[in-house]
Write a protein that binds this ligand. Structure first.
Ligand code: COA
Length: 259
């Protein structure tokens, strides 16, 4: 894997780095393959409690589809590549642990769509974001037309997608596209600190909370409440639930084992 790096940076915290800094970390065929190989690795291990995705270099998180490769593709190849980007982004969303997008720079097109598939978006003050596809004569094809309206509401999403507008991270924060805005140079530190907080909580509880939110979002409230109940029940037989109660009684920090 040359174009995607994977490390376990602290106990329970994985870090994916999109690593094509000279091409704004755009989704080349190679990078998509590497990202899928990386998903194979991550899906096969159950020790990770949080995953962080960032771009390498100072300027870009990810500039979306590789427009230079795209220029020489046949129509069928474009269809296949768009499908691969969509499926790769879906794999990220389907991971059982929380995923934080650390948006260190430009997040455009598929790059923003990747961030939208993450659970939490934290961006530095120098980042800029946009679904730029309509300015290229196409539309977002990796979930942007579906995830952005669910995140910020249909009116704001339409306003951004029809105009292909690029917004600063400050504006993105006001629009609700990102959850945390971090001062220049502090992004990695701040993201790790948030990731450590999540990793210190009961991992089964956190995963079941993600499952309840993700599955519940795509259904009606009654079904969503049933999903929540089923997810809650999975935490009841766990040692971690007993450890949480015991730690409260003993006025100490719980030490969750993930069982
Ligand atoms: N695909 C392929 N290469 C890309 C790319 C993309 N999506 N985005 C940037 N690059 C390349 C540039 O062509 C340039 O390569 P070069 O040095 O060989 O010319 C390199 O990355 C750096 O980009 P550059 O534009 O010089 O740097 P910048 O810091 O001024 O701007 C961006 C970076 C990402 C803001 C700008 O390149 C951009 O807007 N890219 C297009 C993003 C987009 O609309 N993506 C949606 C695709 S559907």
């Amino acid at each position: 894997m040359n174009t995607v790096l994977f490390d376990v940076v602290e106990d329970y915290i994985g870090l994916i780095t999109l690593n094509r800094p000279k091409a704004a970390n755009a989704f080349s065929t190679e990078l998509l393959q590497d990202l899928n190989d990386c998903m194979d690795l991550i899906e096969a291990r159950d020790d990770l409690r949080v995953l962080i995705i960032k771009g390498s270099g100072e300027k870009a998180f990810c500039a979306g589809a590789d427009l230079k490769e795209r220029a020489s593709m046949s129509k069928n190849e474009v269809v296949q590549t768009v499908k691969t980007i969509k499926e790769t982004v879906n794999r990220v969303e389907a991971l059982p642990m929380p995923v934080i997008a650390a948006i260190n720079g430009a997040a455009f097109g598929g790059g923003l769509e990747l961030a939208l598939a993450c659970d939490i978006r934290m961006a530095s003050t120098e980042a800029s974001l946009g679904l730029t596809e309509t300015s290229l004569g196409i539309i977002p094809g990796a979930g942007g037309t579906q995830r952005l309206p669910r995140l910020i509401g249909p009116g704001r999403a339409k306003y951004l997608i029809y105009s292909a507008r690029r917004v600063s991270s400050q504006e993105a924060y006001q629009l609700g596209m990102i959850e945390v805005l971090v001062e220049r140079g502090k992004l990695v530190e701040q993201v790790l600190s948030e990731a450590s907080i999540i990793a210190g909580n009961g991992p089964i509880g956190v995963r079941q909370a993600k499952e309840a939110i993700q599955s519940g979002l795509n259904t009606n409230i009654e079904t969503g409440l049933d999903i929540e109940e089923a997810c809650y029940k999975r935490t009841i037989p766990t040692n971690d639930r007993l450890e949480g109660i015991q730690a409260f009684k003993e006025k100490r920090k719980p030490n969750f084992s993930g069982n």
